[in-house]
Design a protein around this ligand. Structure first.
Ligand code: HEM
Length: 512
């Protein structure tokens, strides 16, 4: 017995020594070495705090629910303050991760374009279990063939073909909104929820050919959109909250992990049901016979794509295809509620070019006021307010050498308001700044990054902009709107920027 006791004690001690050594190496020595490397090059930053770094401050800012001024939010004003105090390149740490924040468009060009091969997706994206091997979260040789294969589906000529379907979904959604508005005496609508459901239905149809309902009866656009939102928010808490300070936290049976796993299981079932529904379809029509292939056709019929990649890409397109566009539409409706004169101008334009009919592909280019409003909304409220990268190969960026292991944070929302590039009215809603196109709106083309830049830029940009213009052009002639007095302004960052307490809007019918 005594012998067994000694063996167990020895094993326990050895394990403890290994864990402690790993923690010291990974959470203290490695970040400290990277920070020294930054400091030697003149990069300023936050004091080094072993094990946790600036995790408490970051977590506090992200959880903050203070009401900001109408065009700002708390995390943004703190990020701007950091750039003001430390300069356009500075470092901070969260647990063991050393992060370099880069807010200089010249340096960003080198990171996202010139030296793109030296970077992979950051750990907080790569570690999203649901997306891991898909096009958004993967890197290098796993990513490149997927991009080549899938980008053809988002070419303008393909979107043009889909305009009929997008119009149809917008009109169906507006009919169901009308019923809800009429039955509600105040005419109030939780617009963000509604737009998330609508954009999810559109991507389900375009990407997965699913016309009515989802793969199973109990799945609805509403509960799927909610599940994606809670998944992203909980993952943010895992990566940027106190749990990040505990090595191996992800594997503990905590409430947070259980919530994340619940959403992972439920969303995996959603995509698997869609795949099964499509496989049944194939029995009736071979994919070769299909006139137009969609995301699922391409994924299921390409031999080099594994079953895991089909699932991860399916979820990537469901998520990226709705969360971002819903965010753009929500903040656009918010802006038009705050600026009724712009709402009037956009309505007059839509009535002039679209009349009572559908929004045609060729008409989209004529909707200049609407396009300027969307560009300005993307500037002030970028749906992805932060772009991340992980350095995998030492490379030079301007006068600096970036070592492998460092995580780069590009604060899009901060750069979009930099007065050096946007002028003194950078904080104001001024759609006219885009009157002569995107290139002329600021002093540096990389000061505007709503869709990223370089080889990893957004694959769905054409679709998102066509969809957003069609949705607004459908609503504008039918309704005018204003903010509900109950609205609490609290934009919240998970992967995307969403209104924490939805966007309650008072809708007034203009025609029947
Ligand atoms: C207003 C709407 C949208 C915005 C603001 C937006 C923004 C972005 C940004 C900033 C990136 C680059 C991220 C990075 O560099 O790390 C990105 C990538 C991506 N987006 Fe979008 N997106 C939008 C809509 C869409 C839609 C509708 C789809 C699909 C139907 C989509 C699919 C993707 C995919 C698959 C990627 C990864 C591309 C790659 O890594 O090769 N996005 N998006």
């Amino acid at each position: 017995m005594e012998l067994w006791g000694s063996i167990l004690l020895l094993q326990g001690t050895t394990l403890l020594v290994i864990v402690c050594s790993w923690v010291i190496l990974d959470r203290v020595w490695r970040p400290w070495r990277l920070i020294l490397f930054c400091r030697k090059q003149g990069i300023d930053g936050f004091p080094f705090v072993p094990l946790i770094g600036q995790l408490p401050q970051v977590s506090k800012v992200l959880e903050n629910t203070d009401q900001g001024s109408a065009l700002e939010w708390k995390a943004l004003s703190i990020a701007r303050e950091c750039v003001h105090n430390h300069g356009k390149i500075f470092y901070f740490t969260t647990a063991g991760a050393v992060r370099i924040c880069v807010a200089d468009p010249g340096l960003i060009k080198e990171i996202l374009q010139t030296n793109a091969d030296s970077y992979s997706k950051p750990s907080f994206i790569h570690d999203l279990e649901l997306l891991r091997t898909g096009i958004f979260a993967s890197s290098g040789d796993l990513w490149a063939p997927q991009r080549q294969l899938l980008q053809l589906l988002f070419a303008p000529k393909v979107i043009k073909r889909e305009m009929g379907g997008i119009n149809q979904w917008c009109r169906a959604a507006l009919r169901s909104w009308s019923q809800e508005i009429d039955s509600n005496s105040g005419g109030e609508l939780p617009v963000h929820k509604k737009l998330a459901e609508l954009t999810l239905s559109i991507i389900k149809k375009l990407g997965f050919g699913q016309e009515d309902g989802w793969g199973s009866d109990y799945q609805t656009s509403s509960n799927i959109a909610e599940s994606f939102s809670s998944y992203l928010l909980n993952c943010r808490r895992l990566f940027f909250g106190y749990p990040a300070a505990v090595p191996g936290y992800r594997f503990l049976p905590t409430g947070l992990n259980k919530e994340i796993m619940k959403d992972e299981t439920w969303l995996t079932k959603v995509i698997e049901d869609l795949i099964v529904a499509r496989s049944k379809d194939y029995v009736a029509t071979s994919s070769e016979d299909r006139e137009h292939k969609d995301v699922l056709d391409i994924l299921l019929t390409t031999e080099a794509i594994s079953g895991q990649q089909v699932r991860d890409n399916g979820l990537t397109f469901l998520l990226a295809g709705h969360h971002t566009t819903a965010s753009l539409l929500t903040w656009s409706m918010y802006m038009l509620a705050l600026y009724p004169l712009w709402q009037e101008r956009a309505r007059a334009e839509v009535e002039e070019f679209c009349g009572d009919g559908e929004v045609e592909w060729n008409t989209l280019a004529q909707l200049k006021t609407l396009s300027m409003i969307l560009s300005e909304t993307l500037r002030l409220f970028p749906p992805i307010p932060l772009i991340g990268r992980r350095c995998v190969k030492e490379n030079s960026v301007g006068p600096y050498v970036i070592p492998p292991g460092v995580e780069i944070m590009i604060p899009t929302a901060v750069i979009h308001r930099d007065k050096e590039f946007w002028g003194d009215d950078a904080d104001q809603f001024q759609p006219m700044r885009f009157a002569n196109g995107l290139g002329k709106a600021s002093k540096h083309i990389l000061a505007y990054l709503p869709f990223g830049s370089g080889p990893r830029s957004c694959i769905g940009q054409n679709l998102a902009l066509a969809e957003a213009r069609t949705v607004l052009a459908t609503i504008l002639p039918m309704y005018s709107w204003s903010l509900s007095p109950g609205y609490l302004h609290c934009p919240e960052v998970s992967l995307t920027l969403q209104p924490k307490f939805d966007l309650p809007i008072v809708m007034q019918r203009l025609r029947s």
